[in-house]
Design a protein around this ligand. Structure first.
Ligand code: PLP
Length: 426
């Protein structure tokens, strides 16, 4: 019996998060055994260049020795107390300074961060309705499981079963990059909308960048109507650049959500924002929010170590941008040379290769034309060449600092072979 067969016996679908089942690439998952630097090794003894990197947290790669040595001392200092700790204060100071905002609350996952930020926005504004964008994913809380991305896109489940209609009746869905659509929606529900939540660069329908105008108008419109703007930066935060990606757009959201990178590989999330909003949280205010393991010392210490390395070494970002540049150009050259319908999207260090006939990718309406069967063939070919890509079309490639240029060039070289293979098998 394979490990996956055993897994399926005890875990629904054999996994604890659906994308790991590799269903969208139509094969059994690989089981990770250990990681070192740019590589992940599986239970069968294979070695892969890792472009998943735990879906983002491992921006420094696997198993950095300096971080592991520190973690050993952290273990001895205590795992959890259920009391305030100094490290939480240090993390909060660091995060708010890095983001450029006033206050933060730590939670245990991105899902908790968005769920709690929305509750806060509703409590603060006294309004119930929210706007999200089709193809954006904000975790798996009930009210946000409407036309969300990645797992739910691939599985074509637009709204999960088990979510009562009453819970999603206040979730309005707009088209990404379409400000008129947002304007009409706000007009239609005037005075009823608490918040607009957005991935400032979408990373859960592949990589889709917003236009600068869209972002600026979205900020102006929400501000005018007293609607809080929430940036869900669970992917983009500290990945596209140090802190918030807002610097790329020159606008300021009211609340931010973080996760993934800021825990350095441990389970973590955070939401942050202006003091006058954040002070509505319990115990100061009347918006309830709590967590037994929130601000967990181990996660705070390991996350802060990663964030400090990122702050003190801006060259890491330059390197990731350079590698993303090489991948984008390399993929585009290969697409032309092989003459296959495919399209590369990219924002800073986030890269995605879509299969299909595209001249632009601006929203979910474009994305859904992607040829997922072609992606499956591409993924399978790359895996055979020891390159581990995200096992689904609608995901970004996650680069890490542990990758060097030779691995990037190898990936581009194999990409060309893979495109030829996909073309022959279209
Ligand atoms: C991953 C992700 C989440 C959910 O985070 P979890 O830690 O998986 O709960 C929320 N928003 C975005 C943009 C994400 O990419």
């Amino acid at each position: 019996m394979t490990l996956f067969d055993q897994a399926k016996k005890y875990l629904p679908g054999g996994v604890n998060s659906p994308v790991r089942a590799f269903g969208s690439v139509n094969r059994e998952p690989i089981f990770a055994k250990y990681g070192k630097g740019a590589y992940v090794f599986d239970e069968d003894g294979n070695k892969y260049i890792d472009f998943i990197n735990s879906w983002g947290p491992l921006i420094l790669g696997h198993g950095r020795e300096d971080l592991i040595a520190k973690a050993e001392t952290y273990l001895k200092e205590g795992l959890t107390f259920g009391l305030p700790t100094r490290i939480e204060v240090e993390m909060a100071k660091f995060l708010t300074e890095a983001i450029g905002t006033d206050m933060v609350r730590m939670v245990n996952s991105g899902t908790e961060a968005t769920m709690s930020a929305i509750r806060l926005a509703r409590g603060f504004t006294g309004k119930d309705k929210i706007i999200k964008f089709e193809g954006c994913y904000h975790g798996h809380s009930d009210g946000l499981l409407v036309k969300s991305g990645s797992g739910t896109l691939t599985f074509n489940v637009q709204t999960s079963k088990g979510v009562p209609k009453d819970v999603t009746k206040d979730t309005l869905v707009c088209r990404y990059n379409d400000i008129e659509n947002v304007r009409e929606t706000i007009e239609k529900y005037k005075g009823e909308i608490a918040t607009v939540i957005i991935e400032p660069v979408a990373g859960n329908m592949g990589v889709v960048s917003p236009s600068l105008d869209f972002m600026k108008e979205l900020r102006a419109l929400t501000e005018k109507e007293n609607i809080l703007l929430i940036f869900d930066e669970v992917i983009t935060g500290f990945r596209c650049m140090f802190g918030s990606v807002k610097k790329a757009f020159g606008i300021e959201p009211d609340l931010y959500c973080f996760g993934k990178i800021i825990g350095g590989g441990l389970p973590v999330g955070a939401f942050a924002g202006k003091r006058e909003i954040m002070e509505h949280l319990t115990p100061l205010g009347e918006v309830y929010q709590a967590g037994t393991l929130s601000g967990n010392p181990l996660a705070m210490k390991m996350g802060l170590d990663v964030l400090r390395i990122l702050r003190d070494n801006p060259s890491i970002y330059d390197k990731l941008y350079h590698h993303a540049d090489l991948l984008e150009e390399g993929f585009n050259d290969n697409i032309k040379a092989v003459d296959l319908p495919a399209f590369t999207t990219r924002f800073k260090s986030m890269v995605c290769l879509f299969f299909g006939d595209f001249d632009q990718i601006k929203s979910y309406d474009d994305v859904k034309k992607a040829d997922t069967k072609a992606y499956e063939r591409y993924f399978t070919y790359m895996l055979k060449e020891n390159i581990l890509l995200p096992p689904a079309q609608f995901e970004a490639m996650f680069l890490s600092d542990a990758q060097d240029e030779s691995l990037i060039n190898y990936t581009i070289e194999k990409n060309k072979e893979a495109l030829k293979y996909v073309k022959e098998n279209l």
